[in-house]
Design a binder for this molecule. Structure first.
Ligand SMILES: [Zn+2]
Length: 297
């Protein structure tokens, strides 16, 4: 069943766990990730980011992800991540995507506000929810893509103004988290997260969730993060895992066997992050009454 991401985030926040957010970059990822969520009875979010569109156009990927999400026995949010333009976000909304992100983190504050507000007006007209970013989570999951590894942290003094001026449903914040691989020792500022969480009920989102010690995640959730994005840490071992499963001697495995191993791999990785965020067994938090279905679709 499909839910809006902000609805999942709000419930996670009030129950002190976080929604695992994974890339629904292809069929193997999507199917394996949903299978893990169903096995552990966890709500989950599947994202698609513009970096993926070169290999899988959103017009092909989103209908596939939405179909898998609709058939899932647990709540699944489907989000366009890091939407960069009005036109790109409009295309996702037209495909029926109910959760979108506008990433204006590289814009000056006033321009980020103005453009986010426009996106919010459009998306809300489609009954979709919007995440925006204040501060800038640096780094990149692309090969060699660490041109701006640091980003800059979210200024807590701008948070209330940003939320009130834009009408955004959830907020990605920067507190030492980085996309892709960390260079050197990560410095996660949990006090900043707690300070921002103390001044707003708007759900807070962490991008760049990969690569931290397992025991940091419960502290991040306790500080006030309700949704954590994983990609690099999930996918970086996929190729070696597939090679290991197939074995060096088998040069010509039937491709559907490779796909089946990939589904198993992503299921296993997703089970692990569900464990880190405390969302296992929480799908029943989202039992819908028939009357609510229209507004949550
Ligand atoms: Zn991200």
């Amino acid at each position: 069943m499909i839910y809006k991401l902000a609805d999942l985030q709000r419930t996670a926040r009030s129950n002190r766990y976080a929604i695992p957010h994974l890339l629904g970059g292809n069929l193997e990822m999507t199917h394996g990730e949903i299978r893990a969520a169903e096995a552990l009875d966890s709500p989950i979010a599947l994202g698609l980011a513009p970096e993926v569109f070169a290999s899988v156009p959103m017009e092909i990927a989103f209908p596939m992800i939405l179909n898998a999400a609709e058939r899932a026995t647990v709540p699944v949010a489907v989000q366009l991540e890091h939407g960069k333009s009005h036109a790109q976000i409009a295309r996702a909304l037209r495909l029926g995507v109910g959760s979108v992100m506008f990433d204006g983190s590289d814009l000056p504050f006033e321009e980020n506000v103005a453009r986010t507000r426009e996106i919010v007006m459009m998306a809300h007209a489609f009954d979709a929810c919007v995440e925006a970013e204040l501060g800038s989570v640096g780094g990149s999951a692309l090969r060699g893509g660490t041109a701006d590894p640091t980003g800059y942290t979210t200024d807590p003094d701008l948070v209330l103004d940003f939320i009130a001026s834009t009408g955004v449903d959830s907020l990605a914040i920067s507190f030492g988290n980085v996309h892709g691989r960390y260079r050197g020792e990560p410095t996660i500022d949990l006090e900043l997260v707690a300070r921002i969480a103390a001044i707003t009920d708007t759900p807070l989102v962490m991008h760049g969730g990969s690569g931290l010690p397992d025991d940091v995640y419960p502290a991040i959730v306790a500080a006030g993060i309700s949704n954590v994005h994983f990609y690099t840490g999930i996918a970086m071992h996929a190729w070696e895992a597939l090679k290991e499963r197939i074995g060096d001697d088998d040069r010509h495995p039937p491709y559907h066997e490779v796909v089946a191993h990939a589904v198993d791999f992503f299921e296993g990785q997703t089970r692990h992050v569900i464990g880190l965020l405390g969302s296992a067994g929480r799908a029943s938090d989202f039992v819908r009454l028939p009357a609510q279905q229209a507004s949550h679709g």
